[in-house]
Design a protein around this ligand. Sequence first.
Ligand SMILES: Cc1cc2nc3c(=O)[nH]c(=O)nc-3n(C[C@H](O)[C@H](O)[C@H](O)COP(=O)(O)OP(=O)(O)OC[C@H]3O[C@@H](n4cnc5c(N)ncnc54)[C@H](O)[C@@H]3O)c2cc1C
Length: 389
Amino acid sequence: MSTTVETIIIGGGLVGVWTAYFLAKRGRSVIVLEKESVGAQSSGVNFGNLRLQGRYPDQYPLSLRSQDLWERLPELIGDACEYDRTGHLYCAFNEAEAEKLAHYAKVSRANGIAIEDLDRSDLDKRFPYMGGKVIAATFSERDAVANPRLATPATSRAAQALGATIIENCRVTGIEARNRGFELRVDDGRTFSCTHLVNSAGAWAADIAARFGETVPAFAAGPPQFVTEPVPYFIGPSIQTIDGSVIARQIPRGNVILAGYPRTASDPVANRAPVPPHKTLAGMTALARVIPALAHASVIRVWSGIEAYLPDMIPIIGPSHAIPGLFHAFGFCGHGYQIGPGVGLCLSEWICDGHTPTPLAAFCIARFKSEVAVSEKFKAEFDSGGQSR
Ligand SMILES: Cc1cc2nc3c(=O)[nH]c(=O)nc-3n(C[C@H](O)[C@H](O)[C@H](O)COP(=O)(O)OP(=O)(O)OC[C@H]3O[C@@H](n4cnc5c(N)ncnc54)[C@H](O)[C@@H]3O)c2cc1C
């Protein structure tokens, strides 16, 4: 016999569990179906950065709403998940990059974010470990980090405490749209039916959208990541170079976590995200350029993840344009951790109220009915077929 609930969510990543959390909070019946364990994919392996400065301009209302949720984690889910308001430094190596920084800062300020402009003498006073090649930086004090290993399981536990059902090791293998609803089949033969269906299946979500005729040019990739041996704690904020070569942070235990760029291709079918060795070497060289004291730190682990990217480097969030009751949230292009809680809140509002107060039109799936503009970031990192450079 089929299990019937109001909403089924495919994918127990951060987006899926926050959607379940907010639906359960409003007394709605909801099941999350996750093919592995919650947070097993991008949501659990990412860099953990909750960056506000330098975001895509149309994403600020969502991003700010989400940051507010991150700032209230203990109150909302009873666990801070190592949230730390470290701040975030964006660094420039030359005048052209400094101009780009100034532009990002202008957009961030227009959206209410406090940004400090730092010249070299400011850096010498406040962040003396920054390499001499860095000529300027901007600092956003509200930017933060949180431990990705902890956040999705903790939110899942909170959602369950509110009445949500989370089923792990349960892969959705069949979906049919029925009269005002959906019928789902999972790999152990069980069936489920629901009125609302949320497609938050990460790098596997585009295949689900395609079943309903909504094809999008998504592909899987991830930034190569490394962690060093622990060294004495000396770095406060997350540090990112605006040339896109590196983002790094140090956790209080001393290890330095690094994401190097360009990103690397991953394989959602084989479930693999290999990191070619030359990318680790390039990442460490880029790190030494910005923080010379780390030039000889030893890398003790290397990994990446399976994340969906789109050519305009912005996600798909919102109702399907093909089937009533279906909602998509995927293609986060490497920045879905920060907005994940906010996306869950907006999806719950769409399902319960028929709309969300957060403007999300820019993220509509229907934009792919026409040619979308390919972003500069995409051109720098991928060829037109989505292969990493
Ligand atoms: C290495 C790396 C570093 C990153 N760093 C950052 C960062 O610092 N800051 C930031 O904001 N973002 C970052 N991101 C991006 C961020 O991690 C993702 O955008 C975000 O976690 C996406 O969450 P999600 O819930 O949509 O997807 P996922 O976490 O991928 O969850 C989707 C889930 O769906 C499940 N699923 C798929 N198909 C099925 C099926 N048929 N049946 C059942 N379950 C299914 C999967 O198993 C998976 O658990 C990074 C990503 C990577 C890979």
